[in-house]
Write a protein that binds this ligand. Structure first.
Ligand SMILES: CC(C)(COP(=O)(O)OP(=O)(O)OC[C@H]1O[C@@H](n2cnc3c(N)ncnc32)[C@H](O)[C@@H]1OP(=O)(O)O)[C@@H](O)C(=O)NCCC(=O)NCCS
Length: 190
């Protein structure tokens, strides 16, 4: 079992597992249409749906087997402002997938990038991954910019590759390798 030493601290945030006490903060962003706008299958959540989501995320505090998701609450002065996730996609290929959802009330300050950077760093440095990738809708510009800020390379645009809200959508794929991350972190502010 691979469990980070909690809390993970960044310059402005702490990352730690969710608890049910985080429900109000999580519901505050999961209920917003602008947050789920580009997320496949996601609709603005009811409070009860957010409760189920928080309970599920509370159990995602470690990577025990391939396929598991590590879901961490990003906590700032205002409480929980977002979620960062790392899914263990392949044990053989030592590959993980990063994900992030943040409250727009706290957007535009680099906080999501800061949190994602800390989780990517854990994935490479502590968990021993070889490659981390991320995917987003072709029109999810904020997500694409975040991954580019992390130093991830845009490796693909899968054109009209999946059905999103009844229409064919492009999917962008970004990725970074362990040695690229290590050389980047020697020079990057993140
Ligand atoms: C994706 C998401 C987390 C990005 O949020 P964000 O606020 O743009 O990201 P950050 O918190 O890292 O802030 C970065 C922005 O702050 C700016 N910024 C301001 N001060 C900064 C600082 N001190 N450090 C870094 N960036 C700073 C950056 O320039 C950047 O702006 P830009 O993208 O217009 O160039 C957010 O849009 C979101 O949650 N979307 C909904 C969920 C979603 O789609 N998730 C992805 C699914 S694939």
């Amino acid at each position: 079992m691979f469990r980070p030493a909690y809390p993970i601290r960044t310059a402005r945030l702490t990352l730690r597992p969710f608890t049910i006490d985080d429900l109000d903060d999580v519901y505050a962003y999961q209920r917003r249409p602008d947050v789920v706008r580009w997320m496949l299958g996601a609709e603005p959540r009811t409070r009860e749906q957010s409760r189920a989501s928080v309970l599920a995320m509370a159990g995602e505090d470690a990577l025990r087997a391939e396929g598991d998701c590590l879901a961490l609450a990003a906590v700032g002065d205002a409480g929980v402002i977002g979620t960062v996730e790392l899914v263990w996609r392949s044990q053989l290929d030592r590959t993980g997938e990063i994900g992030f959802v943040f409250n727009p009330d706290h957007g535009g300050r680099g906080l999501a990038t800061e949190a994602a950077s800390a989780l990517v760093d854990w994935g490479f440095t502590e968990f021993g991954l070889h490659r981390i990738y991320g995917r987003c809708h072709g029109r999810n510009a904020a997500s694409a910019r975040l991954m580019a800020r992390l130093g991830m390379r845009r490796e693909a645009r899968h054109v009209a590759s999946y059905l999103f809200a009844g229409e064919w959508a492009d999917q962008l794929v970004f990725a970074i390798l362990d040695h690229e991350w290590q050389s980047r972190t020697r020079t990057s502010p993140w």
